[in-house]
Design a protein around this ligand. Sequence first.
Ligand code: 9MR
Length: 601
Amino acid sequence: MLFRHRFSYVLFLFIFGWASLPAQEDTTSLRELADANNFFIGAAVYTYHLDTPGHEATLSREFNMLTPENEAKMCEVQPRRNQFDFNRLDELVNFAEANDMVIRGHTLLWHQCMPEWFANGDFSREEAIGIMRDHIMTVVGRYKGRIRYWDVVNEAIDDNSQMRQTPWQQFIGDDYVEIAFAFAHEADPDAILFYNDYGAEGLNAKSDAIYAMVSDLVERDVPIHGVGLQGHFTVGDTRNWVSPTNLGANIDRLGELGLEVQLTEVDFRHDGDASDDILELQARDYYSITHTCLINPHCTAVVTWGVSDQFTWLRNSNLGFFNNPNVEPLLFDEEYDAKPAYHAVADAFREELGLDPVTEFATGNDATETEIAVNIPEPTKSDALQLAPDSVGGAVYYAAFPIAIVLDGNTDDWVNIPRVTVTDGPTLPMDNDTALTFAVAADNDNLYFLAEVQDSQIVYGNYTTSEWYREDSVEFYLNTTGDLEATAYQAGIAQIGIMAANLAQPESLLYGGNNSDQSQVSAIVVESSGGYVVEALVPLETGFWSIKPAHMETIGFQTHLNGSSGTDRDTKLIWSIFDVADQSYNNPSLFGRLVFWDVNE
Ligand code: 9MR
């Protein structure tokens, strides 16, 4: 049996490794390469970082565009009503002009960094429109002809793809957006005016909502000229929802409205330390999004949200979830040395100029299409008593059936059902002592999942089920649709995470995960000598899926372990070899395979 997997170029990475790449010898700067492509490469800048040795020099050498990270936000420029403070924004505008950099003004209206006098005020529609007009006319007017691009409205659509309920929206109504664009246009008719948002880079419900909103604005001749796609990504995203196809299609449809598109706040976060493997994947991601933007005539800029990894908002995020003191999401390391991602971006530029690449990343869109063949040997049992064959790496698990299992936390009925132990994953603490040993079986009614977790320190009780994955928990994933290449969750595909917190014997099961509420999962969690045991079942026939165990019948399967030793997850173990960047919760095509094995055959 030979099975091919679309995303498995990752294996290639592990085999050859970054260290084997040739030395990076080309000293042409990113800025020179971008200029030659008639394209913007930018960075967000926070005035407080300018004094750090290397910061200014790197900025002026490598970037031809600059975004004030915070200095143009309303809480900074108008902290009290009608009292404007432009000192720090002036500093950045002067710096940019002295270094011949184009400026993206960010941002006029946003629900964060909103001064208290306004956020906590009580204004009529007319008063709020007056305040908006004063603010926009004063800020945009001051820099007329000097700030070329403005993010007029930032993040007006919420995560449910509805108009976000912000003070602007509440005082004025949904038309605050078009009113803001009209004022900005009045203040500087030559400025290029953008709507900017996150989580809407590829094709999804939120980008659909933004597309609908800006289509309507364009149709009604509101002076909007572009859409900024922020690009706060996770390593591995370009194999998934911001694949060249998805990102390219979104840019295309916005471009067809006559709008300019820019990637305005790019960074690629990851859990834990930045291993060489993560930095390689990140470099591929940077190459992918830069290439996709560069080859699209509507896309004119890639702006990274900072310069050096030491000054990233992700190390100090007010969104606690993203906080990772070790994250390395940008193009330059703490010493301002260029990272693999830097060379990958440079190669995207070189490729378009017909120059030789210095990395192996410049392979066009092919990177995500590469296939690798996993050779599956004839099923064999290394132990004659085994009820199913040996599994194959993190690719195939043979699930014995029919087996009678009782959900009681006692594993005697799992005797002779093959176990697989997972000790590796993208996030591992030093001296990791956590291991996940799992098994799967079925009878005529249910599919059963067993996890025997070795864990010296069971941690639970810090999170509710909405953030179940941040403390000790075990996940299993099933794709029963028959479409094992499916890249999105749909009926028949579920991620089921069972919390160790069930040890406290709650009245109802504590669990979470994508579509898990439709899986009709039951589970029991009991303590064991070295950790804990999760025994779970899902019915084979529900309104959500129909699983029919038959000899050699295949479904998609994956299992993860989340471990915590304190306040947050610090361990992530993953079975499927195709999921190197913890993306199974987004992308079911990264699962491995579960093959049913009839014990009577
Ligand atoms: O990186 C910015 C951080 O320094 C600020 O504290 C924060 C609040 O003003 O804003 C961060 O930048 C955000 C940007 O303005 C809009 N998109 C999301 C960015 C990260 O939160």
